[in-house]
Design a protein around this ligand. Sequence first.
Ligand code: SF4
Ligand code: SF4
Length: 248
Amino acid sequence: MKKIIENTLKKVIEENSKKSATSYRIPLLGYAKAEDPLFQQLTTAGVPNHLLPTDLLPGARTVAAFFLPFTGELVKRNRQDPYVARSWAQAYIDTNGLINRCCQEIAAALDGYGVKTAWQQPTHNFDSENLRARWSHKHVAYICGLGKFGLHHMLITPSGCAGRFGSLVIDYPLPPTPRKEIEPCLFFREGKCQQCAKNCPSGALTPEGLDDRKCYDYLLEVDSFYSDLGFCDACGKCATCGPCAVIG
Ligand code: SF4
Ligand code: SF4
């Protein structure tokens, strides 16, 4: 079943590469048991109202998360642009569509084997007051063994942090992916770096923490600036300016 998921993901990305301006490196996949206690902990620690896998799909057995890593070229463009690069904003929109297609096609492939799935949209599923997602793909990806959080509050995977996550709940048991032991963030490991905070244009990110509201207000400014593209509340300076942006 894992092979079907992996092959479907690769196929969708390959098809997408023929028609999209946004390219990706090789996707990553990770799995967790639906009854992993960390899902329950999410609802009580830090992410209030977070859904459980069984809220999305009664009979849920497994959660699968995937990471679509952006290319080094796109990362460089956003890093070098004095503002948020137009191509970065476009990539955000393109990838929202792609994540939906990945989920739809994986669901269709698994349905052929009688396996049910459920998923949440890639973004904009958060509470407008506290800005907390009801299904946080990056937290889910952490539980699925895809990486560890850095100072910038994003997940640093073995391929870096510049990319996007999607996830699905499945009613079929699959072996979980072991969670990472190694600390990938230089600040957490050695007290060094802080490139993400130093390059945050809004001042929302500091070594002391992330001001979600300040960050999101800035993302909305970017959306207004690129209003011709569609809804692009994106910035990604913290995801592109440090050594953790692209790995491997
Ligand atoms: S997305 Fe932009 S504004 Fe928000 S924390 Fe990262 S660098 Fe700062
Ligand atoms: S840019 Fe540096 S400090 Fe920030 S998350 Fe990456 S490794 Fe950690």
